[in-house]
Design a protein around this ligand. Structure first.
Ligand code: 0RA
Length: 659
């Protein structure tokens, strides 16, 4: 098998050039290209890209596990923020290949894309971010060591920025088999090289649910408990997506006892599905292709929805439960209170969309449609009581939707009668050009007042929001539209409140501002409010995020003064730099003002630091970060359980927003 893999590689490369030395040059250029334009290969060079390095390496071990050769993967965050990924698979082949002039290991580690294609016999659908392979990780690491335990021997090779430090070496004997990859992200490439435990933990947990039977451990050597043990978690799931759905719905009240679960293969597409209804009103459907979360959906999701709607509708009609209904039922009604996870494996996935997380393969749609139909029909037949409960819930959803429409129409009529007026609290701007307009959604009336004084009224509008806006996850739809704060947001933005069908495709032509900036205190509450507002936009005005119109303002954390020198600081690092530069390293030599809230700044300071386009930093909310906020939110905020709230405050908001 190794032989075949190497042959395949050399074959591919021979097609590019028949000359061996030219081939080696191509290899070098390959990894150099990765270092020149890292974002092209791993998405970005911030937090997200950094963590994707780990995912990429883990993916290789997952593939080995999926092929049936490995059951344990250990991920270790080392003290110096290097990462070790260890598996008990067969070990990467180390055989020397004459034509290639190097070991298979070296090919895997240094040739772009070599990782993804070999070993054709095993079932392999490479996940990975863009399926870029471990060689990309190598290229972007100041140091990488690959250690292979195979056929009784231990081999290793070290690299720096992807370049081997020496040939592969054999260093001893072993009873074990497996691969250990240790790497340190290159600080000259990444803006940040400190891993966040919570980000890695949620991905490892997710992988354990998606690939049942595998044990994944995560160890953080940077953090110890009182007894001196490293922070450690073990992720393992025997029941796969069924358990994933139970985890997601942990804080929700179940509507039916059992999770509907199917693992099947339709037209050569492996499909796994888990479905559960709860008493909430929100839809939580997560979809994966080759272990990648397809935030933007695609054909598998379309197939799921179609299959679900058709199957339930047919069942309900046959059972006569819809005969008394005076209005129609639509697709959304079947998904209120629905939690589901869909996982498909696709040999050659076509990814589309803004973040390349939308599946395009058309044949997958029917496969998932059939899978959900099979699973549901079986379940409904076997569990008539649950079937009735589910259909009743759907009817209730349709009824509520009609009530919501009435409420919405009332609101809109009122708005028209009062001259279609803007909210009284909105301080609008004076120009007439939405493309250059900005609106700041400001936490609290008092900060709103300061912002109003500080702004440039020509193009900046201010809408103060009182306290925490309604938690849209928990609220009924018509309650959402009755909320004063939310109505104000809709009317200020100039978009009509979406109907069920078009809420995700708003009429952006009428949008009055092309920058919507959330401005809150730089504290826990402020971050919580950010998450809430992001969740709201994600649920009700998704288009606006997709278009890139939603931002978060970043007020400074400190103002430091020493004599005539004054500097705003946004991080601990900046604060320490100033103290070193002007206070001789002594904190008490410097005057430090900590800004706990926007209210502690005067209008001029707020303009200088946070609102002035020349000086400020706005963080653009991507559909990915909003989806993550929504996900953490709906997974953890089903109820206001205090420890979960703490988790959110610690982790949710900035965790996955690019800085
Ligand atoms: C292809 C063939 C074989 C092993 C692997 C790939 C492999 C790759 C990775 C990457 C991380 N861990 C891994 N474990 C295994 C072996 C084929 C054989 O033994 O015949």
């Amino acid at each position: 098998m190794n032989q075949e893999f190497i042959d395949e590689n050399s074959r591919n490369r021979a097609q590019n050039s028949n000359d061996y030395s030219a081939n080696s040059i191509t290899v070098l250029e390959g990894l150099e290209a990765v270092r020149k334009r890292p974002a092209m290969y791993i998405g970005d060079i911030g937090m997200k890209g950094l963590h994707h390095l780990v995912y990429e390496v883990v993916d290789n071990s997952i593939d080995e596990a999926m092929a049936g050769y490995c059951d344990t993967i250990d991920v270790i965050i080392r003290n110096d923020n290097s990462i070790s990924v260890r598996d008990n698979g067969r070990g990467i082949p180390v055989d020397h290949h004459e034509k290639e002039g190097k070991s298979a290991l070296e090919v895997v580690m240094t040739v772009l894309h070599a990782g993804g294609k070999f070993d054709k016999d095993s079932y392999k659908v490479s996940g990975g971010l863009h399926g870029v392979g471990v060689s990309c990780v190598n290229a972007l690491s100041s140091y990488l060591k690959a250690e292979v335990h195979r056929k009784g021997k231990i081999y290793f090779q070290e690299y720096s920025t992807g370049i081997p430090k020496s040939d592969i070496q054999q260093v001893g004997t072993t009873d074990l088999t497996g691969t250990i990859v240790t790497f340190k992200a290159d600080e000259s490439i990444f803006t940040q090289v400190e891993y966040k435990y919570s980000i890695l933990a949620s991905r490892m947990r997710e992988l354990a649910f998606l690939n049942r039977g595998i044990t994944i451990t995560l160890t953080d050597e940077r953090e110890q408990d009182e007894e001196g043990n490293n922070k450690f978690e073990k992720f393992h799931s025997e029941r796969g997506l069924e358990e994933f759905v139970e985890f997601i719905d942990e804080t929700r009240e179940k509507l039916t006892e059992k999770v509907i679960h199917i693992t099947t293969e339709k037209n050569d597409v492996p499909v796994e599905l888990a479905i559960q209804y709860n008493t909430s009103f929100s839809e939580n459907v997560y979809s994966y292709v080759n272990n990648i979360n397809t935030i933007e959906g695609g054909t598998h999701l379309t197939g799921f929805r179609r299959g679900l709607t058709r199957t339930l509708k047919t069942f309900a009609e046959k059972s006569g439960m819809l005969s008394k209904l005076k209005f129609d039922i639509n697709g959304d009604d079947f998904r209120e209170g629905l939690t589901a996870v869909i996982s498909v494996k696709v040999q050659e996935p076509q990814f589309e969309g803004q973040t390349k997380t939308k599946l395009g393969n058309s044949d997958v749609s029917l496969a998932v449609d059939q899978a959900v139909s099979t699973a549901l029909n079986y379940y409904l037949e076997e569990n008539p009581r649950d079937a009735k409960i589910i259909v009743d819930k759907v009817i209730l959803a349709a009824t509520a939707r009609h009530a919501a429409r009435k409420a919405r129409e009332l609101v809109q009529r009122k708005t028209v009668m009062t001259g279609g007026g803007l909210p009284g609290k909105l301080s609008d701007c004076s120009d007439k050009d939405p493309a250059s307009y900005e609106v700041f959604l400001v936490e609290g009336d008092s900060a709103g007042g300061t912002a109003k004084q500080g702004r440039n009224r020509r193009f900046q509008a201010i809408l103060p929001l009182r306290g925490k806006i309604l938690n849209v996850e928990k609220a009924l739809q018509h309650r959402v539209f009755e909320s004063e704060e939310i109505k104000n947001i809709f009317t200020a933005l100039g978009v009509t409140i979406g109907t069920e069908e078009d809420s995700k495709a708003l009429n952006l032509a009428k949008l009055r501002y092309h920058k919507v900036v959330i401005m809150t205190d730089a504290d826990v509450d402020g971050r919580h409010i950010n998450t809430l507002i992001m969740t709201f936009f994600f649920r009700f005005m998704r288009e606006l995020i997709v278009e890139g119109y939603l931002y978060i303002a970043t007020p400074p954390l400190y103002l430091l003064k020493k004599g005539k020198n004054e500097r705003y600081c946004w991080s601990e690092q900046q604060r320490m730099d100033f103290i070193r530069e002007f206070g001789g390293g002594k904190e008490d030599a410097v005057h430090i003002q900590r800004y706990k809230g926007l209210g502690e700044m005067n209008a001029e300071q707020l303009w200088d630091t946070t609102m002035n386009p020349e000086e400020r930093t706005l963080r653009q909310i991507t559909i990915e970060s909003a989806a993550e906020a929504d996900r953490v939110f709906s997974m953890l905020m089903g109820d206001d359980v205090p420890p979960r709230r703490e988790f959110i405050e610690e982790n949710a908001t900035y965790a996955n927003i690019d800085v």
